[in-house]
Design a protein around this ligand. Structure first.
Ligand SMILES: Cc1cc2nc3c(=O)[nH]c(=O)nc-3n(C[C@H](O)[C@H](O)[C@H](O)COP(=O)(O)OP(=O)(O)OC[C@H]3O[C@@H](n4cnc5c(N)ncnc54)[C@H](O)[C@@H]3O)c2cc1C
Length: 267
């Protein structure tokens, strides 16, 4: 089994700061972690590898410091890692990002002489939060997609996935090669051992630049990004709520209904 896991390094917080002029994420000075859903994706991949054998490749696009995230992945199951990094890729929106990552994946597959059986992504990154990159990769690579996987097993050249839906879960199967986006799993990702941490620290992570990952100018960076952020703002929290207390539940219910009628919410 040849598995690739897409890893995004994200700020260790959910309160993201935005550059008011460029409208892009400010990363400087914020401690970074592996996007938690990518950690679940890597653990799912590692559990598959534990059963079937094979190799896990971790891939990230980002600045040089994203190598720390990739080293962390090597300490908990990835066999090798690559960083896609180049100034000309900066400012990419999700479409440009997925186009660059898809091109990098094709390059690695060409070098390996075979497609990855499975490509795992997190269901979303906790900073950008769009959840678009996984589905976009499946489209750009013309491979089947299963989203929101929280359990999986592989057999006979296919992956069977339990995925969340609004009412419960679906069981969906896709033949290899396929793209899977991963939800929080019922199990926690494994911890690194001291030995695996030390080995990961020494790992050499090759950087793929725009000379390796050849993407048309119109499909990379700010210029190649159709999403234009016109303005950003922080939503104000309005604290004009009303508290009903010291009355029985049924009475409180009636009072709420009356308030909603008076405000025109109910008619
Ligand atoms: C107009 C515009 C300009 C932007 N400019 C910048 C910029 O200058 N610098 C910047 O850092 N961001 C920039 N961004 C944000 C950038 O587009 C997103 O961070 C990126 O496309 C991923 O989107 P997301 O965070 O919503 O990931 P999601 O789609 O929510 O991520 C889903 C999954 O895809 C995979 N994935 C996502 N991103 C990566 C990655 N980079 N490498 C590997 N795997 C990945 C992971 O597995 C992740 O769990 C910009 C966005 C817009 C709209």
């Amino acid at each position: 089994m040849n598995i690739l896991v897409c890893i995004k390094q994200v700020p260790d917080t959910t309160s993201i700061k935005i550059d008011p002029v460029k409208h892009t994420l400010i990363r400087a000075g914020v401690p970074s972690i592996v996007n938690p859903y990518d950690g679940y994706a890597l653990e799912m991949a590692a559990r598959i590898k534990d059963k079937t054998g094979g190799k896990i490749t971790a891939l990230s696009m980002g600045p040089e410091m994203a190598k720390d995230a990739l080293k962390e992945c090597i300490s908990v199951g990835a066999d090798e890692a690559f960083l896609v990094s180049d100034r000309v890729f900066g400012g990419s929106d999700t479409l440009a990002t997925s186009c660059i990552i898809a091109t990098a994946i094709k390059l690695l597959e060409e070098r390996n002489g075979a497609p990855f059986d499975l490509i795992f992504c997190g269901k979303q990154a906790i900073d950008g939060d769009t959840g678009q990159v996984g589905p976009e990769l499946s489209e750009q690579l013309s491979r089947p997609l299963i989203t929101y996987a929280f359990e999986s097993e592989v057999c006979d050249g296919a992956i069977k996935v339990r995925r969340e839906n609004d009412e419960g879960y679906d069981i969906v199967t896709a033949r290899f090669p396929a793209v899977i986006t991963v939800e929080k799993t019922p199990y926690e990702p494994r911890y690194p051992s001291i030995k695996s941490k030390m080995a990961a620290r020494k790992a050499v992570i090759p950087t793929l630049t725009s000379e390796d990952v050849i993407v048309d100018e119109g499909r990379r960076g700010l210029k190649g990004s159709p999403t234009k952020v016109k303005s950003t703002y922080t939503a104000e929290i309005q604290k004009n709520g009303q508290t009903i207390s010291d009355v029985e539940g049924a009475v409180a219910g009636n009072m709420i209904v009356e308030l909603l009628y008076n405000d025109g919410v109910l008619k």
